[in-house]
Design a protein around this ligand. Structure first.
Ligand code: ATP
Length: 238
């Protein structure tokens, strides 16, 4: 079977002034995969996600999405082309209602709002119950559920999630990853970053290990989870 490549990153480098945050990274994501970026604090995960979505400028290298060069494309245009992001800290608009947050997720595709709202409410009845409540009053796990729902409101082809399990209870971490696996089954492609790699490797297909802005390892998630170097550095084992 031939999997089609949805994202390709070639020799990407990103500098903040003199500071190199991403150094000559190469990476591929294929349609229908869940791919994990593993790395400790400061490894460059957020920078990579922000650069793909156009919030951060690439210093060198190339980013291709669905066979089109998006390296220098602005964030709103990247979103229109079909990438959406769940930023670190969820990017919730706390003083807006659940419904308003969801509507914002499809600001560029207003014709699908009603039908996608129905789908989201069907998937997460709690968001329907709380639709008129301010997003800031939801629990951390519910906010992450809302952030993911907002990201799928505009029918993206690729979702980027920056540390989706951050500050969630263990039960909610599993819940969030199970949601991602469901989305994958529906044909979505997912790239996520995680400091706590254990769950991410359990639920993803492949992973890349970043260290000080460089890819030091990559492979099938099951292989990475069994790799002694990964285990001691990122899985809190051995
Ligand atoms: P975290 O989990 O803490 O977000 P990360 O893996 O996402 O870590 P980045 O936030 O991408 O890492 O940071 C990569 C490197 O770039 C770090 O050395 C960081 O200090 C530096 N950095 C990040 N943002 C900036 C900025 N706006 N200006 C200067 N340096 C930055």
């Amino acid at each position: 079977e031939q999997m089609s490549r949805i994202l390709k990153i070639e020799e990407l480098s990103v500098y903040y002034g003199q500071i190199c945050a991403i150094k000559r990274i190469n990476m591929e994501v294929f349609e229908g995969e869940i791919v994990t970026l593993i790395g400790s604090n400061g490894a460059g995960k957020s920078t990579l996600i922000n650069t793909i979505i156009g919030l951060q400028k690439a210093t060198k290298g190339k980013i291709t999405f669905m066979n089109e060069d998006i390296t220098k494309v602005s964030t709103d245009k990247v979103i229109k082309r079909g990438i959406s992001v769940v930023p670190e800290g969820r990017g919730m608009l706390a003083s807006m209602t659940v419904l308003e947050n969801l509507q914002l997720g499809a600001y560029h595709k207003k014709n699908v709002i009603e039908q996608n709202l129905e789908k989201v409410y069907e998937r997460f009845p709690i968001l329907y119950d709380r639709r008129l409540q301010k997003a800031g009053t939801l629990s951390g796990g519910e906010q992450q559920m809302l952030a993911i729902s907002r990201a799928i409101m505009g029918d993206p082809k690729l979702i980027l999630l920056d540390e989706p399990s951050l500050a969630l209870s263990p039960a909610y971490v599993d819940k969030i990853f199970k949601i991602l696996v469901e989305l994958k089954k529906e044909g979505m492609t997912i790239l996520l970053s995680e400091q706590n790699a254990k769950k991410a490797l359990q639920y993803s297909d492949r992973g890349y290990v970043l260290d000080l802005g460089e890819t030091v390892l990559d492979g099938k998630s099951s292989d990475l989870a069994g790799n002694p170097a990964v285990r001691s550095a990122y899985l809190g084992a051995d």
